[in-house]
Design a protein around this ligand. Structure first.
Ligand code: NCD
Ligand code: ZN
Ligand code: ZN
Length: 350
């Protein structure tokens, strides 16, 4: 049995307030605990995007009643809500902006991006990072804005060599840039889409073996691992116009621990990329008396055992080593024997 700190996932979509048929605060945070995560940060691309004080407050109030892990929030902007920044700056951990088309369609252009960056930088005094959904076609814009503002910027879910190399270069120049990679980009490639169909489709899309190997080779440039837990209902995925995104909270740690078992990764990498770095980058509070217990028993990931409401995973059937046996949050056992023991509302909104 190994003991680790309660892990942190800075990129999840819990869907509550509008799309509870995909996931809600209780089912999503149950999946978090089952996956060893005691803190998650929720994205703002809800049915109504979280771009004003009122909606953010309503979301936090809703969360308070339902969550079993701790949950923090990122704010959103389409460039028309700059006056809200002052009101919400101490209630969120980051500002999430979309430079490519993805679920929700809250895309912005270069002019808006600059305007938003300037205001956010001024209001937060450079303390709260901007998170970007920025695929390879827009990396040039990102580097320009970063050079201009020097505002801490986290590039979400990098998927290809062409996204990764400008980030590596920016890091070498000393710019305040960080990046995260998702387990699906570390463990799946475009070849898997043949079998998975729409259940293997997400933004950014799965790339080639060459891209994947490049990530494994340059892990030291990857600051953190984020699941981009993006649940959609099975019927939606099976439809003629399936939404993009895959769930990930319950499979991230088993996959990473399997890589440790196979000596492709060190346990310390998991601690750094799923705990230490997320905490540092987003200035997250420490959870006292909190840890998770892991066993390296062999088992199969199975859709039927998941806590996420969507009830499926692109890793269904995978044989893994590394199971969350117990989660202790602030001294209370909140998960054990595959069951969530915590009461809805016992998690903290941070
Ligand atoms: C995410 C979603 O469904 O909200 N989808 C995805 O394919 N990753 C949005 C996002 O993170 O881009
Ligand atoms: Zn995204
Ligand atoms: Zn996402």
């Amino acid at each position: 049995m190994i003991t680790l700190p309660g892990l942190i996932d800075v990129h999840v979509h819990l869907r509550d307030m509008g799309q509870e048929h995909k996931e809600d605060f209780f089912s999503g945070t149950s999946a978090a605990l089952a996956g060893g995560f005691t803190t998650v940060l929720d994205m703002p691309n809800n049915q109504l995007p979280i771009t004003d004080y009122e909606l953010l407050t309503k979301k936090q109030e809703t969360a308070k009643l339902k969550i079993v892990s701790d949950v923090g929030f990122h704010f959103g902007s389409l460039g028309d809500n700059l006056d809200e920044f002052e009101k919400i700056k101490d209630k969120v951990w980051g500002l999430k902006l979309y430079l490519n088309q993805t679920t929700g369609g809250y895309i912005i252009d270069e002019d808006r991006l600059k305007k938003i960056y300037r205001k956010w930088h001024e209001v937060t005094e450079g303390k709260r990072p901007v998170l970007l959904h920025a695929e390879e076609d827009v990396m040039g814009i990102v580097t320009k804005v970063l050079q201009d503002t020097k505002h801490p910027t986290h590039i979400c879910h990098i998927s290809s060599i062409d996204e990764f190399t400008p980030i590596m270069k920016a890091k070498e120049k000393g710019l305040p840039i960080t990046c995260g990679v998702c387990p699906h980009h570390l463990f799946l490639t475009v070849d898997d889409v043949e079998k998975l169909g729409s259940f293997g489709m997400m933004k950014p899309s799965l790339k080639t073996k060459k891209d994947q190997e490049f990530f494994w080779k340059h892990l030291e440039y990857i600051d953190l691992i984020e699941s981009d837990h993006a649940p959609h209902a099975v019927e939606e995925k099976k439809s003629s116009n399936p939404p993009f995104g895959v769930p990930g909270l319950e499979t991230t740690l088993p996959l990473l621990l399997t890589a440790v078992y196979e000596k492709r990764l060190k346990l310390q990498d998991i601690i750094d990329k799923c705990y230490e770095n997320p905490r540092k980058i987003f200035h997250l509070p420490k959870q006292e008396n909190t840890h998770i217990e892991i066993s390296n028993i062999k088992y199969q990931i199975s859709n039927s055992a998941l806590h996420t409401k969507c009830g499926w995973s692109p890793f269904d059937g995978w044989e893994v080593r590394g199971k969350v046996m117990k989660v202790v949050l602030r001294g209370e056992t909140v998960f054990e024997n595959d069951k969530v023991l915590a009461q809805p509302g016992s998690g903290h909104v941070i």
